[in-house]
Design a protein around this ligand. Structure first.
Ligand code: SAH
Length: 233
């Protein structure tokens, strides 16, 4: 069964965007996953096709209306749809590789892209939306965040990555950042490839890579090594 993504957006032209190329694009063509970009404005009910209004309580910007969004979601994801409903949001739980893996193992995702100041809180509650953030910074809209999430998911779908093993050794998959990589030429601007990597001794190479990964993680992301974080042996 293929992974089915439905994206609700005011800018359907942004999809598949970057995901129409390379590995994700090929997988889209061959049906490993599908992508439907739905124009939220089509669910507005007034003459002007209004999707937003001024914030209750005052303040700057506009808020996306719950009633219009609910119609769009109910169209994309009728009751009984097993797919999780996600709202891209800086207030969400930060996206992790383990959540990405869970999503990739499931039937797909319905993804709502916010614009303006965000969406009416009652919609989030009434449609049980899972808020997902891609980091502690503010984008102008949820579309690039949805593309990021889908990119991370699609590369894990069966058959998408040529060399499946490489996925398992990547940063975060074992709680560590990945070790450094080298390839030819043997010497670049006076810098040789570390001897151990051309020794042919696979046990020594594995040990060196593990040590480098731990050192890098300690230096750059000590939070990953915090107590309670499991270090896989
Ligand atoms: N006023 C909001 C930010 C709105 S940004 C706040 O301060 O929390 C407009 C839209 O961009 C959001 O509704 C969301 O869909 C998207 N967005 C912005 N930053 C994001 C992030 N870090 N992760 C995921 N989505 C984001």
């Amino acid at each position: 069964m293929s992974f089915a993504a439905s994206v609700l957006t005011l800018y359907p032209e942004m999809f598949p965007g970057a995901l129409g190329l390379s590995l994700a694009g090929r997988a889209l063509e061959t049906g490993t996953w599908s992508l439907e970009a739905i124009q939220i404005r089509d669910f507005a009910t007034d003459r002007h096709r209004t999707v937003d209004d001024t914030p209750a309580g005052g303040g700057a910007g506009m808020v996306m209306r719950a009633d219009v969004l609910a119609k769009a979601i109910d169209h994309a994801s009728p009751p009984g749809d097993p797919r999780p409903r996600l709202l891209m949001s800086p207030r969400g739980r930060p996206l992790t590789q383990s959540r990405v893996r869970e999503l990739a193992a499931g039937p797909g995702a319905v993804i709502l892209c916010g614009r303006f100041e965000g969406v009416d809180q009652r919609l989030i509650e009434a449609r049980n939306l899972e808020e997902v953030s891609i980091g502690d910074f503010i984008l102008s809209g949820g579309e690039p965040a949805a593309l990021v999430l889908l990119d991370a998911v699609v590369r894990l779908l069966p058959g998408v990555m040529g060399n499946a093993v490489s996925g398992e050794e990547e940063s975060f998959e074992n709680g560590l950042l990945e070790h450094p990589h080298y390839t030819r030429p043997q010497e670049f601007e006076g810098r040789p490839i570390p001897d151990v990597l051309i020794s042919g001794n696979h046990k020594k190479i594995a040990k060196w890579r593990r040590a480098e990964a731990e050192k890098l993680t300690r230096e750059r992301r000590p939070d990953l090594l915090a107590p309670g974080q499991l270090l896989v042996k």
